[in-house]
Design a protein around this ligand. Structure first.
Ligand SMILES: NC(=O)c1ccc[n+]([C@@H]2O[C@H](COP(=O)([O-])OP(=O)(O)OC[C@H]3O[C@@H](n4cnc5c(N)ncnc54)[C@H](OP(=O)(O)O)[C@@H]3O)[C@@H](O)[C@H]2O)c1
Length: 286
């Protein structure tokens, strides 16, 4: 089975390629090989490779910058996804679109199910939701995988940012009024490897199980790293940013359960494994 991964140089894209490489013939395409905003290039590359599946991970992911670069965010996240869906449909390929918990407004107090109404509150969320709609409109064989709070070995993420701050500051302040579920790229990639083999199309909520605030998450990261530094909770208001974030964006994996897949392990277990691997890889480098 031939599989294209878009955004292959990104945090998730790299791990998707590493994990899927064991099972599939992988074409990991970065922006240089496949700029998803250029429709002619999408048509050409996809019709040439003729993949069975396209995992569409490329995105404009800077949530705050999306507020000021609205057109660019829609161009990549919405129209880029349309371009992928249209080209995939022409050759009969399945599409697996990586989406986000930010399609929800965060006003719920219980985990969001796949069939709950979306109502994104920031441009990033709106543009990713527009991408979902294009995928649903133009692809007849799609998986939409909504995930949240992603971290892994590659790219910048919250885990690395906490480590960096802990090494340079005496005291950390982390927001305690946003709740979600951290997700390890490796667990997500393994799930996607199983999903794309199936014909169980539709929307999936895929995060590590359990939930926490960014503050809880940071505390556990520091514990796992064995770094003793002061850490205090703060509110989102104290931490002004361009884009509003949903207060509560825990995703319930109803589709995973209903379709007979296995739920992802608890975020603490996944984090613990990640930190072990992170330490090992830094040890090897030094
Ligand atoms: N990170 C999270 O917490 C999170 C949460 C929920 C969902 N997601 C979704 O998960 C997916 C992967 O995110 P990530 O964390 O791996 O983000 P990432 O590291 O920023 O990766 C995104 C990749 O897309 C590439 N890209 C941007 N514009 C492109 C274009 N026009 N054509 C081709 N490639 C382009 C980027 O390349 P450049 O570096 O050259 O711009 C980057 O390599 C995204 O769809 C994102 O929306 C992420």
């Amino acid at each position: 089975m031939k599989v294209i991964v878009t955004g292959a140089q990104g945090q998730l894209g790299k791990d998707l390629c590493n994990i899927l490489d064991k099972q599939f013939k992988i074409y990991g395409l970065g922006r240089l090989e496949l700029d998803v905003t250029v429709q002619e290039q999408c048509e050409k590359v996809i019709s040439l490779i003729k993949p069975d599946v396209i995992i569409h991970s490329a995105a404009f992911t800077d949530v705050d910058r999306a507020e000021v670069e609205e057109t660019k965010a829609y161009l990549v996240n919405a129209y880029g996804s349309r371009n992928i869906a249209v080209a995939a449909e022409k050759i009969g390929a399945k599409v697996c679109y990586i989406s986000t918990d930010y399609v929800f407004d965060g006003n719920s107090t219980k985990p969001y199910r796949e069939f709950d109404n979306t109502n994104p509150i920031c441009i990033y969320g709106k543009s990713k939701r527009a991408g979902e709609l294009f995928i649903q409109t133009f692809s007849s064989k799609y998986f939409i995988v909504r995930t949240s709070w992603v971290y892994g070995m590659n790219g910048n993420n919250f885990v690395k940012s906490i480590l960096k701050q802990a090494l340079s500051k005496q005291h950390l302040k982390v927001v305690n009024d946003q709740t979600g579920s951290p997700t390890y790229t490796i667990d997500l990639s393994k799930f996607i490897a199983e999903l794309i083999l199936s014909e169980k199309y539709g929307i999936y909520h895929v995060s590590n199980s359990g939930a926490c605030s960014w503050f809880d998450f940071a505390q556990v990261i520091l514990q796992e790293l064995g770094i003793d530094v002061g850490i205090d909770p703060c509110t989102s208001k104290e931490f002004t940013r361009e884009a509003p974030r949903p207060t509560f964006s825990v995703l319930e994996p109803l589709a995973i359960r209903a379709n007979g897949f296995k739920e992802l392990r608890h975020w603490r277990v996944a984090l613990s494994e990640f930190i072990r691997e992170f330490k090992d890889s830094n040890h090897e480098k030094s």
